[in-house]
Design a protein around this ligand. Structure first.
Ligand code: SF4
Length: 358
């Protein structure tokens, strides 16, 4: 790391203050914000409407996080591309770009290198925890992908590697930067943050009233089973998690999504569905069912389609809205729970298209 302040993680007010330190007027800071967060600029010398002297000062005194594309893989149907990205310190993370038939384009970003939560069905959990990503490293994943794809995302989901709420400050900052009018201006309701259920951080997020969507990974209707699948449940059991979720819904006035990965013979019976429905009764909630995506060396199986449909039917007949997540990117291990730091030494970086005007 250069030790110089990273402009990719600064909001417009901070950039205006930074410009003032260089004896530049406030509008120069606003131009800088547009370059950094709107265009996703890769270098100071491309910021053509800034004076050459200012660009030179920036190059000497500031840093600009630019992740490198080490590898990209696209699914057979062309809808999903997984990126292996490298940070300045050599750490690698994975991010995913998904294109839908209705025109939506979704960028799925990581918030940590690896993950400490150790969910037993997840590839990222197997690899252990490296470090938190900075806000600049989170937002730059979006820029790298949009520049490579040649179009902007309509949605951003914080569902890649890591537990976003274990890196809450950087996550919140990244959400604000992506939503900012001088940035990509992605609607706050089109940004989803996921959590495995860190109750105190859900409460903190509720108080911030950020307005983004929250997706809570539940995966089991009782503490015994959930503690086996999601070890953090031992610290924040279901009753405490549900209290925090109710607080969030009350503060934000928005429906929560509960993610439920279906594991054959483990948590996918009609009885599990009935108990899940009882747990969520009366709550402004929606359940997203995810038939497990295979991960090598893990002892689970994906349930048959009829079993999945039956689970959804039980929820719906109890008045709980439920959908089954459309499978995408499974063939390139880019689907939910399949991301894993997989840097192969010696891989050559992929050259990105120049960061141009949007
Ligand atoms: S499911 Fe999410 S929280 Fe659990 S180990 Fe995987 S990345 Fe971490």
């Amino acid at each position: 790391m250069s030790g110089r302040p990273d402009l990719r993680g600064m909001d417009v007010d901070e950039l205006v203050r930074w410009a003032a330190e260089l004896r530049q007027p406030p509008y120069r800071g606003r131009q800088l914000a547009r370059w950094v967060h709107g265009h996703g600029a890769r270098a100071f010398d491309g910021m053509t409407d800034l004076p050459a002297s200012m660009r030179q000062q920036l190059a000497q005194r500031a840093a600009l996080t630019c992740l490198r594309v080490l590898h990209r893989t696209t699914s057979a149907d062309g809808s999903t591309t997984k990126y292996l990205l490298q940070c300045e310190d050599g750490s690698t993370v994975e991010s995913v770009w998904m294109r839908y038939a209705d025109g939506r384009r979704s960028a799925c970003v990581s918030t940590q290198v690896g993950c400490a939560m150790a969910c037993t069905f997840c590839a990222t959990g197997l690899a252990g925890f490296g470090r938190n990503l900075t806000a600049g490293e989170i937002t730059d994943q979006v820029h790298v992908m949009r520049l490579d794809q040649g179009e902007d995302p309509t949605h951003v989901v914080f569902m890649g590697m890591g537990e976003p709420l274990a890196n809450l400050d950087a996550t919140v900052r990244a959400v604000r930067l992506l939503n900012a009018p001088y940035g990509l201006g992605i609607g706050i309701r089109r940004i989803t943050v996921s959590t495995v259920g860190l109750a105190p951080q859900i409460r903190r997020l509720a108080k911030l009233r950020l307005g983004c969507k929250l997706a809570v990974s539940l995966h089991a209707p009782d503490d015994d089973l959930r503690s086996q699948l999601v070890p953090i449940n031992r610290r924040y059991p279901i009753a405490e998690l549900m209290d925090a979720c109710r607080e969030y819904v009350e503060a934000v006035g928005r429906r929560l999504t509960f993610e439920y990965v279906l594991l054959d013979g483990v948590n996918d019976s009609p009885d599990h569905a009935a108990r899940l429905a009882a747990l969520l009764r009366g709550m402004l909630a929606h359940v997203n069912l995810i038939p497990w995506n295979p991960v090598p060396n893990l002892p689970y199986r994906r349930p048959r389609a009829e079993r999945v449909r039956q689970f959804a039917r039980v929820l719906r007949s109890a008045g709980i809205p439920a959908t089954v997540r459309v499978e995408r990117g499974t063939d390139i291990l880019a689907a939910c729970g399949q991301l894993r730091e997989a840097h192969t030494p010696g891989r050559r970086p992929v050259r990105l298209a120049a960061a141009g005007a949007r």
